[in-house]
Design a protein around this ligand. Sequence first.
Ligand SMILES: [Zn+2]
Length: 257
Amino acid sequence: MQIVSIPCSFDNYSYLIICEETGAAAIIDPAEYYPVSQAIERLGVRLQAVYCTHHHADHIGGLEDLRDEFPGLPVYGHESDKRRIPGMNSLLTDGSNIHVGDIAGQVLHTPGHTTGSLCYLLEDALFTGDTLFGSGCGRLFEGSPKQMYEALNKRIKSLPAETKVYFGHEYTVHNLKFAAFVEPENQAVGKRLAQIIALREKGQPTTPSTLQIEGHTNPFLRCAEKNIIDSVAAKCIGEALDPLSIFTALRRLRDSF
Ligand SMILES: [Zn+2]
């Protein structure tokens, strides 16, 4: 499996998945037409499908032109997004199996950012859209804090630590500044922030991460850590301190950070 990260628009990522045995390829989140189409042409692969993590316009901005270029293109998304993703013709639910050539994958329904948000697991690569970011998570536009907490801390966190995380936006620097704000004593956060700033200065993407790195540096996956609990208790006086309440308080703090 070859994965090509394609920077799109202002800070989005589209991903091109290529089965090297068969030449088959799929796009996850066609954020913008031109860079996606260029990558397909440059690599000489056969685009067989588009997989959408959710319906937001900045993730499907290139979809209409791709459908024009590749008539009959299968467009996958969560079944509940059928009327919100134009041209979506292939419906997925939690646990659906997918294939890109010989590469087998599985769908995780992870509501929170939106009600229909999906993550795609292909071998050891997890494509998280706006659910999990480098050291952060998506805003709660449609789902509840409990849904997002469970998506991140029960579903995603139970995958192997070496799972690579390919996220939908380049937000990692700002997310790490927030992580340092809520957990200043976390040395892994400080170290990663310095590494990531150096990467960005060279114009390099910070995707992919791994679940191991996220487990050490992402406050939204660390809701039961004593340092985080103490920090929320000090910043949000009177807040309940169970993991879901900590998660909810962290998300609220991040919204205005
Ligand atoms: Zn979104």
